[in-house]
Write a protein that binds this ligand. Structure first.
Ligand code: ADP
Ligand code: GLC
Length: 487
């Protein structure tokens, strides 16, 4: 099967969050299943062409793509996704993509991803390559299903091409003023109250993807049900409900070539289930780095996150005194909204010796924290899948999570499981979105840490689980087949 995988982030080229991890791994797993996969992403100025092995495609040369009535010059660069034959196609338009960040608040944010989406289709045309599936991810590629069914319908190349739309986060919807219609050359008669591209008087790229894709999925089973309800549907629950039988949930996998304590290139000390001593050495190494006093009997709690409302930092802030009073230390890595950045930046001064923070993005540090910490906390308000809790399991770092979305699908509470006579719990979890519920379950984890045998059992329960992409990739293949039948 031929798959065009369209994404705005992909490891190792550009990343703000989990989508990049998915895009860098799922195509490889699909290739192993016999698919021919081509990734499409924008060429951002932050991508180092020579270090990442990008080559200019002279055969394609210049493509002219019209956005908002202006012809833009677009070029194509290509590379091979490391450890695979997957071809990565970089849509190059400096006018739109050579900016300070992957996503911006610039006035022409809609135009940036209109150009990208059209650029993908124009490139497919130049290749003369008809994919069986165009796999779109999040609002930035939400217009592609409509373009294929309408604007580019004249091109028989795409007669049999089906589209799949994956929702990684329904809260980011790509909503723009009506001028986006003409910028994208979307037919005006598709825009009316309740119409296929309209949402609350704006043009919604997310809604367009949901309405026009042949099939829709999201990144965990639980979240696929949650978004059908008002609480987590971010206003689109009724639109999704209208297509309920076309909405699937497929849990993200993990690329264990990147995230495995036995081979992780960022760790000074590698370790495995058989010998966890390297984990303690990493803990000492990292705590020294943050000038925190090391104590093998006191748990180190880690957090790595985008600092945004989704991730539960309001209940975290509300519980800060209780959390800091526990017999534990903290290392937190994150970047995002100013108010959270300021909050975390100030903590080490308030609580010296207790907490270290790094504000910003740091890939190496994210691996080190996974390895060094004893406990990993994710109090998300909602979480479509969440990858760090799954990485934590492999690193023997016991997750404390809120029972929502993918967190609920992957973490089994040790105490709850024991109540039912099972000893396969792999973490701690809480349901109520309150500071109290959060601090009590972190406290349960900190207390359990003292019981060395039980702690080791919980660690090993997590480490032996396998969340590799293989089984999820098979589910995507099934989804693709169904989408193709629907087309
Ligand atoms: P989301 O995509 O909502 O941010 P995920 O848990 O799916 O959440 O994925 C987050 C990914 O981004 C993980 O690979 C995590 O390690 C990484 N990450 C998040 N914040 C940072 C940061 N400040 N520095 C480095 N990596 C980060
Ligand atoms: C989104 C979600 C996160 C998910 C990631 C990859 O960023 O917030 O939960 O793991 O996408 O699918």
């Amino acid at each position: 099967m031929k798959i065009a995988f369209v994404t705005t982030e992909c490891v190792p080229y550009a990343k703000t969050g989990g989508l990049a991890d998915v895009a860098g791994a799922l195509p490889k797993a699909l290739e192993k299943l016999g698919c021919e996969v081509k990734i499409f992403m924008p060429k951002y100025s932050s991508i180092d062409e020579s270090r990442k092995g990008l080559r200019y495609n002279w055969d394609i040369g210049e493509m002219i793509v019209r956005v908002n009535g202006i012809d833009r010059s677009v070029h194509l660069h290509q590379a091979k996704l490391p450890n695979s034959n997957v071809e990565v196609n970089f849509i190059d338009c400096p006018y739109y993509f050579y900016r300070g960040a992957i996503y911006t608040n610039d006035r022409d944010e809609d135009e940036r991803f209109i150009l990208f989406s059209k650029g993908v289709i124009e490139t497919l045309q130049r290749f003369g390559w008809a994919p069986d599936i165009i796999h779109c991810n999040d609002w930035q590629s939400g217009l592609i299903p409509l373009f294929i069914k309408d604007n580019y319908k004249w091109d028989r190349l795409f007669d049999k091409t089906a589209t799949v739309f994956t929702i990684h986060n329904i809260a980011y919807q790509g909503r723009f003023s009506k001028s986006a219609l003409s910028a994208a050359e979307i037919r005006g008669d598709l825009f009316y109250p309740g119409g296929p591209v309209e949402f609350e008087d704006s043009v919604s790229f997310m809604k367009t993807g949901i309405v026009f894709a042949d099939l829709i999925n999201t990144v965990s089973n639980k979240y696929s049900h949650e978004i059908l309800k008002e609480e987590h549907g971010a206003g689109l629950h009724n639109i999704l409900r209208a297509r309920k039988s076309d909405v699937y949930g497929i849990l993200n996998g993990v690329d264990y070539e990147e995230w495995n304590p036995e081979t992780d290139k960022f760790l000074p000390f590698k370790y495995s289930m058989k010998d966890l001593s390297g984990k303690t050495k990493n803990k000492k190494f990292l705590m020294d780095h943050f000038n925190l006093p090391f104590d093998v009997n006191r748990p180190l709690i880690g957090m790595v996150s985008r600092l945004v409302q989704q991730k539960g930092f309001d209940i975290f802030a509300g519980a800060i005194n209780e959390l800091i009073n526990l017999n534990a230390q903290w290392i937190i890595l994150g970047g995002g909204e100013q108010k959270y950045e300021n909050f975390f930046r100030g903590l080490p001064n308030y609580f010296p010796g207790k907490i270290g923070t790094y504000i910003g993005y740091n890939n190496e540090l994210s691996h080190l924290i996974e390895a060094a910490a004893d406990i990993f906390v994710m109090p998300s308000r909602y979480e479509p899948c969440g990858l760090n809790q799954i990485y934590s399991l492999k690193y023997g770092t016991v997750p404390v999570v809120r029972k929502t979305g993918g967190l609920a699908d992957t973490i089994k509470d040790w105490d709850e499981e024991k109540q039912f006579g099972f000893d396969h719990g792999n973490g701690f979890s809480f349901y109520d979105y309150t500071s109290y519920a959060l601090s009590s379950s972190v406290e349960r984890a900190v207390n359990t840490f003292k019981e060395k045998d039980i702690w080791k059992k919980i660690q090993l329960n997590g480490m032996k689980l396998d969340f590799s992409w293989d089984s999820s990739a098979e589910k995507y293949l099934e989804l693709y087949k169904m989408a193709k039948e629907k087309r």
